[in-house]
Design a binder for this molecule. Structure first.
Ligand code: ZN
Length: 186
Protein backbone atom coordinates (compact mmCIF):
# COMPACT_ATOMS: atom_id res chain seq x y z
CA UNK A 1 0.00 0.00 0.00
CA UNK A 2 1.23 3.46 -0.75
CA UNK A 3 0.42 6.86 0.67
CA UNK A 4 -0.41 10.02 -1.27
CA UNK A 5 2.55 12.38 -1.62
CA UNK A 6 1.40 15.97 -1.15
CA UNK A 7 2.61 18.70 -3.51
CA UNK A 8 4.05 22.20 -3.00
CA UNK A 9 1.33 24.53 -1.78
CA UNK A 10 -0.03 22.07 0.77
CA UNK A 11 0.35 23.92 4.12
CA UNK A 12 1.75 20.80 5.85
CA UNK A 13 4.97 21.18 3.82
CA UNK A 14 5.55 24.61 5.41
CA UNK A 15 4.89 23.61 9.02
CA UNK A 16 7.55 22.81 11.58
CA UNK A 17 6.92 19.17 12.42
CA UNK A 18 6.90 17.85 15.98
CA UNK A 19 9.25 15.38 17.64
CA UNK A 20 8.18 11.83 18.50
CA UNK A 21 8.50 10.40 22.01
CA UNK A 22 10.27 7.06 22.49
CA UNK A 23 6.91 5.48 23.37
CA UNK A 24 5.36 6.81 20.17
CA UNK A 25 8.27 5.52 18.06
CA UNK A 26 7.77 2.00 19.41
CA UNK A 27 3.96 2.17 19.06
CA UNK A 28 2.12 0.15 16.41
CA UNK A 29 0.77 3.21 14.51
CA UNK A 30 4.24 4.73 14.02
CA UNK A 31 5.83 1.37 13.13
CA UNK A 32 3.05 0.92 10.57
CA UNK A 33 3.60 4.46 9.25
CA UNK A 34 7.33 3.68 8.77
CA UNK A 35 6.41 0.57 6.76
CA UNK A 36 3.98 2.54 4.57
CA UNK A 37 6.50 5.38 4.04
CA UNK A 38 9.08 2.79 2.93
CA UNK A 39 6.64 1.33 0.40
CA UNK A 40 5.65 4.81 -0.79
CA UNK A 41 9.32 5.83 -1.26
CA UNK A 42 10.06 2.63 -3.23
CA UNK A 43 6.97 3.11 -5.38
CA UNK A 44 7.70 6.78 -6.23
CA UNK A 45 10.65 5.94 -6.63
CA UNK A 46 12.69 8.24 -4.41
CA UNK A 47 15.80 8.12 -2.21
CA UNK A 48 14.12 9.77 0.77
CA UNK A 49 10.71 10.65 2.14
CA UNK A 50 9.82 12.88 5.09
CA UNK A 51 6.55 12.49 7.02
CA UNK A 52 5.22 15.97 6.07
CA UNK A 53 5.29 14.80 2.43
CA UNK A 54 2.57 12.27 3.20
CA UNK A 55 0.65 14.81 5.28
CA UNK A 56 1.96 13.92 8.77
CA UNK A 57 3.70 16.79 10.59
CA UNK A 58 6.14 14.50 12.42
CA UNK A 59 9.96 14.42 12.65
CA UNK A 60 10.24 11.13 10.78
CA UNK A 61 12.24 10.34 7.62
CA UNK A 62 12.96 7.20 5.61
CA UNK A 63 16.01 6.99 3.32
CA UNK A 64 17.34 4.38 0.89
CA UNK A 65 19.59 4.91 -2.13
CA UNK A 66 19.48 1.60 -4.02
CA UNK A 67 22.47 0.53 -6.16
CA UNK A 68 20.25 0.39 -9.27
CA UNK A 69 19.40 4.11 -8.98
CA UNK A 70 23.05 4.97 -9.74
CA UNK A 71 23.01 2.78 -12.85
CA UNK A 72 21.02 5.52 -14.62
CA UNK A 73 24.11 7.77 -14.26
CA UNK A 74 27.49 7.56 -15.99
CA UNK A 75 30.51 6.45 -13.94
CA UNK A 76 31.75 10.05 -14.03
CA UNK A 77 28.41 11.41 -12.77
CA UNK A 78 28.44 8.90 -9.90
CA UNK A 79 32.02 9.96 -9.04
CA UNK A 80 31.23 13.71 -9.25
CA UNK A 81 28.23 13.30 -6.98
CA UNK A 82 30.16 11.06 -4.57
CA UNK A 83 27.09 8.86 -4.76
CA UNK A 84 27.19 5.49 -3.02
CA UNK A 85 24.30 3.16 -2.24
CA UNK A 86 22.72 3.70 1.19
CA UNK A 87 20.72 0.87 2.80
CA UNK A 88 17.20 1.52 4.12
CA UNK A 89 17.13 3.34 7.44
CA UNK A 90 14.85 5.52 9.55
CA UNK A 91 15.70 8.94 11.01
CA UNK A 92 13.65 10.43 13.86
CA UNK A 93 14.02 13.80 15.68
CA UNK A 94 17.26 14.68 13.81
CA UNK A 95 19.73 17.42 14.70
CA UNK A 96 21.87 18.24 11.65
CA UNK A 97 25.27 19.98 11.62
CA UNK A 98 26.53 21.23 8.25
CA UNK A 99 30.21 21.62 7.43
CA UNK A 100 29.98 24.85 5.41
CA UNK A 101 33.69 24.77 4.48
CA UNK A 102 32.99 22.85 1.31
CA UNK A 103 29.80 23.01 -0.71
CA UNK A 104 28.75 21.54 -4.05
CA UNK A 105 26.03 22.37 -6.55
CA UNK A 106 23.98 19.74 -8.38
CA UNK A 107 20.53 19.41 -9.92
CA UNK A 108 18.08 18.33 -7.26
CA UNK A 109 14.37 17.60 -7.23
CA UNK A 110 11.65 16.65 -4.77
CA UNK A 111 8.70 14.25 -4.87
CA UNK A 112 6.60 17.17 -3.58
CA UNK A 113 7.69 19.46 -6.43
CA UNK A 114 7.00 16.77 -9.02
CA UNK A 115 8.35 17.24 -12.53
CA UNK A 116 10.98 19.92 -11.83
CA UNK A 117 14.67 20.07 -10.88
CA UNK A 118 17.19 22.88 -10.43
CA UNK A 119 20.66 23.57 -9.09
CA UNK A 120 20.93 23.48 -5.29
CA UNK A 121 24.12 24.20 -3.36
CA UNK A 122 24.62 21.90 -0.37
CA UNK A 123 27.30 21.15 2.21
CA UNK A 124 29.52 18.22 1.22
CA UNK A 125 29.73 16.84 4.76
CA UNK A 126 27.12 16.65 7.51
CA UNK A 127 26.60 15.10 10.90
CA UNK A 128 23.13 13.94 11.96
CA UNK A 129 22.22 12.94 15.49
CA UNK A 130 18.85 11.20 15.69
CA UNK A 131 16.88 8.19 16.88
CA UNK A 132 16.25 5.09 14.78
CA UNK A 133 13.04 3.03 14.50
CA UNK A 134 13.94 1.24 17.77
CA UNK A 135 14.16 4.67 19.51
CA UNK A 136 17.94 4.15 19.88
CA UNK A 137 20.30 7.13 19.46
CA UNK A 138 22.38 7.13 16.27
CA UNK A 139 25.09 9.48 14.97
CA UNK A 140 25.57 9.60 11.20
CA UNK A 141 28.61 11.13 9.47
CA UNK A 142 27.73 11.52 5.80
CA UNK A 143 29.39 12.96 2.71
CA UNK A 144 28.55 13.50 -0.95
CA UNK A 145 25.12 12.55 -2.24
CA UNK A 146 24.04 10.95 1.04
CA UNK A 147 24.84 14.25 2.81
CA UNK A 148 22.63 16.00 0.22
CA UNK A 149 19.75 13.60 0.82
CA UNK A 150 20.00 14.18 4.58
CA UNK A 151 19.99 17.99 4.18
CA UNK A 152 17.00 17.78 1.81
CA UNK A 153 14.95 15.52 4.09
CA UNK A 154 15.75 17.33 7.37
CA UNK A 155 14.72 20.58 5.63
CA UNK A 156 11.24 19.07 5.15
CA UNK A 157 10.87 18.75 8.94
CA UNK A 158 11.46 22.50 9.32
CA UNK A 159 8.98 23.50 6.61
CA UNK A 160 11.65 24.11 3.98
CA UNK A 161 11.75 22.85 0.39
CA UNK A 162 14.71 22.48 -1.98
CA UNK A 163 13.27 25.31 -4.08
CA UNK A 164 14.10 27.64 -1.14
CA UNK A 165 17.81 26.98 -1.79
CA UNK A 166 17.56 26.67 -5.55
CA UNK A 167 19.22 28.93 -8.09
CA UNK A 168 15.78 29.60 -9.60
CA UNK A 169 17.10 30.62 -13.03
CA UNK A 170 18.20 26.96 -13.38
CA UNK A 171 14.70 25.58 -12.70
CA UNK A 172 13.84 23.11 -15.45
CA UNK A 173 11.19 20.53 -16.15
CA UNK A 174 12.48 16.97 -15.94
CA UNK A 175 11.82 16.62 -19.65
CA UNK A 176 14.08 19.59 -20.46
CA UNK A 177 16.64 18.45 -17.87
CA UNK A 178 16.98 15.16 -19.75
CA UNK A 179 17.03 16.99 -23.10
CA UNK A 180 19.48 19.84 -22.34
CA UNK A 181 21.22 19.59 -18.97
CA UNK A 182 21.64 15.96 -17.89
CA UNK A 183 25.07 15.47 -19.46
CA UNK A 184 26.46 18.92 -18.61
CA UNK A 185 28.51 19.31 -15.45
CA UNK A 186 27.01 22.14 -13.36
ZN1 ZN B 1 11.68 16.55 -0.88
Amino acid sequence: MKLKIVQAGDPVLRQKSRELSKEEILSAPIQQLIKLMKETMHDAPGVGLAAPQIGESLQLIVIEDKPEYSQMLTTKQVENREREPVPFHVIINPKITLDQNSTVEFYEGCLSVAGYVGLVRRALNVKVECLNEDAKPVTIHAKGWYARILQHEVDHLHGNLCIDHMALTTLTTLENYNKYWKDKAP
